[in-house]
Structure formats: C-alpha cells, structure tokens
Ligand binder design. Sequence first.
Ligand code: NAP
Ligand code: 3JN
Length: 348
Amino acid sequence: MSKKLTVAVVGATGAVGREMLKTLHDRQFPATAVRAFASARSAGSKVPFGETELTVQELREDVFEGIDIAIFSAGGGTSETFAPHAAHAGCVVVDNSSQWRMDDRCPLVVPEVNPDALAGHNGIIANPNCSTIQMLVALKPIYDAVGIRRVVVSTYQAVSGTGQKGLEELERQTRDLFNLREPECKVYPYRIAFNVLPHIDVFLDNDYTKEEMKMTNETVKIFNDPSVKVTATCVRVPVFFGHAESVNVETVKKMTAKECRILLSQAPGVKVFDNPREKLYPMPAYIAGDDETYVGRIREDESIENGLNMWVVADNVRKGAALNAVQIAEELLRRDLVRVKDRNVFMA
Ligand code: NAP
Ligand code: 3JN
C-alpha cells in the first residue's frame, strides 16, 4: 500500500490557488487527500477540484498537523505569519510569495534550473516571481553552454499577475470604454484598458520597481552566481493571461542564433517557436493554459560581440506560479525530501 500524503493549498480561492488545484488534479499529483484553505471570509465556500469540490477552511496556525505539503499563494503577509507554523508542525511549505525568496534559509527553485538546491531545505521552499521563472527556463541552457555576463529584459505582463482583481479591472474598464463611460481605476494607478503601465509593484529608493529588483536578485540566487547582472523594466499590458519578455543576453563566449535555436529546442520545459519567414513567434493569446516556456525571435545582437536577443512567453499563472510550485512538490517527492529536519528553524 502506498504512503498517505496530504497536500494543502493555502489561498485556494484566488487566481493562483484555483490554478494550483487544477494543476494538482491534471498532473495526478499522488496526494491521498487535498485540503483547501483561505481567509475567514471564504470559509465554507467551495472550490473545484477535478470533478468534485473542496470545502474551503479558514487558515489558522494550528491547521498544519497531519499535512505533509502546503502550497501557499495567499500573499506575503499570510506566508510570513503562517509558513513558520506549518514548518514547525513538520509540513513542508512551497511558498509563492516574495516573503521567503531572498532568505538564506530557503531554497529558491525552478525545477528545470536548480533542483539540487532543494537538498537540505529547512521546511520552507520559495517559488520565484513569475517573470524570473520563465526567463530562467530559457536562459539556463545558454548559461550552461557559454556563460552569461549581462541580461537586459523588458517585460509585458498580463493583468492576471495581479490576481482576480486585475482580471476584473481590465474587463470592467474595457466595457466602460466601449460604452463611453469613464473607466474607474481601482487596482492600477492609471487605466490599463488600451494602455501600458511601466509600473509593477512599488517603487524603491533606486527608482526601480520591486518587481524589477525581484528579477535582478532572484536570478543571482537561482544561478548561485553574483557575476550575472540583470537590469529589468517591468510593464503591465492589457492582456488577461501570459507574460511576454524581450530578453537581451550578453554571453561570455559566442553563441550563434542557429546554435541557440538548436540548444533551446532540446531544453526541458522550452518550446522554440521561431520562424520569421512563416511569421512564427509565440504570443500570450495563443499559449495561455500551456505548461511550456515558449521562445522565438532568436537573433544575434549585432551591436555587441557576444549577444543574443529573444522573445520569451509563458502562462504566468501556470508556469509562473501554480505549475512551478507543483513541480517543486513533485521533485521533493522524487528526492524523498518531504520532511522537516529541524522544526524550529523559523520559530524565533
Ligand atoms: P488573489 O486572486 O487575490 O487571491 C488571494 C488568495 O489569498 C485568496 O484565496 C484569499 O482568500 C487568500 N488570502 C488572503 N488573505 C488571507 C489570509 N489572511 N489567510 C488566508 N488566506 C488569505 O491573488 P493571486 O493572484 O491568487 O495571488 C496570491 C499570491 O500569490 C500573491 O499575493 C503573491 O504573493 C503570489 N503570486 C505569486 C506569483 C509569482 O510570480 N510566483 C504570481 C502571482 C501571485 P479569500 O478568498 O478568503 O480572500
Ligand atoms: O504582477 C505580476 O505579474 C506578478 C505578481 C506577483 C506578485 C503579486 C503580489 C505579491 C507577488 C510576487 O510573487 O512577487 C507578490 C509578492 O511579493 O509576494
């Protein structure tokens, strides 16, 4: 008889939490029980899980006893408060927020890039930011083959990155504009319908946004290489699902565009969609719901000696959040790492 495995989704009523439940079901994650948690606001409501429904329970500090893995996507504050209690109860947390990403006690993992970082975890594993995940899935083979000195990235991020309320804002504003009504801005500082906003998350003292600095800092941690420099401009666009990125890479040794296409077409989690003559390139509207990170528009940067340009697109809610987290949980199982060695690491 196989061992019992109870999995919890924290933030189960949210855009990412719902996709998390769908992903666990679609991939036939070997859980013997799945439990759904959210705030007291939605306790008692139902969320779909395959053909059935789960009743949402209120998240409390004492709910983690008997849960083996808890996948959190309920915001940084919830993760800060509750993840240490989960680890203390012996439950391994895979956390989707930025709360623990840069904490030295927590591995920050993209399974196609640095699965070995899971070894020796302390009970909380961090899932990177969606924009970092898809960029690094595409960059890892290049990093391994020729080294990377510098990356200049501009993102085109869908409103689903802001959760349910982002999706509703784009839909409402679009309807308002078609009905000649002034669009109401509840979520973003300016209208997002028929507009682009060069502003994601809060501004920091260096005039970058927090989202931009996540890409810079998380890349260094995941590659475990401070010599890789990343500068980012993160932009919100009126797209429901799927983040796109223009990525310029300066490599250490030369790689031609042809070599890059061949390399990436063999890389795990990547699909190369690149034939300019056939107008073939990836776009969010056509890849939403897919697991892969799509790469197109691969070409040499003719302004420097060792440079490549590429266009990277992935479903931000799936590979950028839910799928990556479930893949981490799968990797933990494969490596027999579903246990917390020292339950007191995060208890002050
Ligand atoms: P969302 O649609 O607004 O959902 C938020 C979820 O968190 C809801 O289920 C909500 O439950 C729950 N929640 C809020 N406060 C809570 C509390 N005190 N206790 C328990 N549950 C609570 O947002 P989302 O798009 O799913 O994103 C959720 C989080 O995931 C984000 O805040 C972010 O940290 C992370 N995220 C990460 C990435 C990434 O790049 N990897 C991408 C998107 C999001 P109620 O229904 O009860 O309010
Ligand atoms: O805006 C996006 O496209 C991605 C958003 C991610 C996000 C949203 C709210 C809070 C995060 C994140 O994962 O970095 C957070 C957070 O800081 O936890």
